[in-house]
Design a protein around this ligand. Structure first.
Ligand code: NAD
Ligand code: WQD
Length: 333
């Protein structure tokens, strides 16, 4: 199939690009580089042995998206483009609604006018809000607790409404848990601008000597070692989940949601220990107060994706840390 990846030079989109090419699909990427670099395109070309067709631009430019859909005879869209910082979304909610919600509306309008009827959406476990039970399945109530999460839920609802009225539209809505790690080449990975907010990129910078120590946000949670527990999933497993979603799209009844996670919880202290072993570096840390808005534990019930998409996460925590470290090392050198 011919696939458009919006936000395809970003962290998850660039890894999905590799999995899609390896599965035999043709891809084209559109990105406005608001949170990525053109260098990713060189890296993808090195990994894939060929240039990836790329158009620079914003998905809010509906005419541009239409032109891409038509020029590349796009069969399906993978919609990664979006802003994703929880903290920034609290400070600048309008920016998040404008980019994530208006961006998705523009994309859907372009798809409608170009008769493109298949889309995979990058949603997030953040739409569940504070877990009422664990593991979280797709039927868990939806109550996001920050503007970022609400933009994701709003786009889900728009997609669901659109699929309801257009019997030909097929939507697979993927709720990612905590994607981490990098492609095995070490050439692409997660490199946040400025100070990292998320655990794994922070640990990577401490291991690489770029930051002095990790602050652990609380060791008094109701977990086995007191630190927060999450469902970390290797970004290449996540990428394979997109290939599985694409294979499933024609069979989708309209709008269908799947959790993409491992089903296993890992604590902050466990992650530090595995990263230490994988990198051979010490990870100095200090326990500080809880981070506002944090939850104790969150992990997926991935059974629906396992059974219906015929996909499951295969790569271990050690492989997540090893690949993150390979990427970090080539940044250091
Ligand atoms: P990322 O920031 O690395 O990638 C997003 C890409 O989209 C960037 O390259 C950015 O430049 C581009 N982009 C943003 N707005 C755009 C616009 N209006 N027009 C064109 N391009 C635009 O983020 P990521 O981690 O790769 O996340 C991809 C998607 O997955 C996002 O929608 C995010 O909300 C979702 N998600 C991410 C995580 C995570 O922890 N990384 C978890 C759950 C869901
Ligand atoms: C994981 C654990 C922290 C940093 C966020 C978003 C969510 C989703 C994924 C997109 C927690 C602890 C972290 C640090 C720490 N993104 N931690 N020191 O909070 O599960 O989810 O990213 O959809 O929307 O909210 O991930 O990596 O920030 O935190 O102790 O410097 O690590 O308290 O227990 P989180 P995270």
């Amino acid at each position: 199939m011919n696939i458009l990846l919006t936000g395809g030079t970003g962290y998850i989109g660039s890894h999905a690009a590799i999995a899609l090419k390896e599965a035999g699909h043709n891809i084209v990427i559109q990105d406005n580089f608001s949170n990525s670099s053109p260098l990713v395109l060189n890296r993808l070309a090195l990994i894939l042995g060929e240039e990836v067709p790329f158009i620079e631009g914003d998905i809010r430019n509906t005419n541009l998206v239409k032109a891409i859909l038509q020029e590349f005879s796009v069969d399906a869209v993978m919609h990664f483009a979006g802003l994703k910082s929880v903290g920034e979304s609290v400070l600048e909610p309008l920016k998040y609604y404008e980019n994530n919600v208006l961006g998705s509306l523009s994309l859907l309008r372009a798809m409608k006018e170009s008769n493109v009827k298949k889309i995979v959406f990058s949603s997030s476990a953040t739409v569940y809000g504070i877990p009422r039970y664990l593991p979280i399945n797709e039927a868990h109530p939806l109550k996001p607790v920050n503007p970022y999460g609400r933009t994701k839920l709003q786009v889900e609802q728009i997609l669901e409404d659109e699929a309801e009225c257009d019997a030909l539209l097929k939507v697979v809505n993927l709720r990612y848990f905590n994607p981490v790690g990098a492609h095995k080449s070490g050439l692409i990975g997660e490199e946040p601008r400025g100070m990292p907010n998320n655990l794994m990129p922070f640990i990577a910078r401490v291991a690489g000597g770029k930051l002095k120590e990790l602050h652990i946000y609380g060791d008094d949670y109701d977990t086995f070692d007191g630190t927060g527990v999450r469902d970390y999933i290797h970004v290449m497993d996540l990428a394979e989940g997109h290939v599985a979603a694409l294979n499933y799209l024609p069979h989708s009844s309209g709008f269908e949601t799947f959790n993409l996670g491992t089903g296993d919880g890992c604590s902050v202290l466990q992650m530090i220990e595995v990263y230490r072993k994988a990198s051979g570096r010490e990870i100095p840390f200090r326990i500080v107060g809880r981070r506002q808005g944090d939850i104790s534990s969150c992990y997926a019930a991935p059974n629906k994706a396992n059974q219906i998409l015929l996909w499951s996460a295969k790569l271990s925590l050690f492989e997540m840390c090893m690949s993150s470290w390979s990427f970090q090392e080539q940044l250091v050198n």
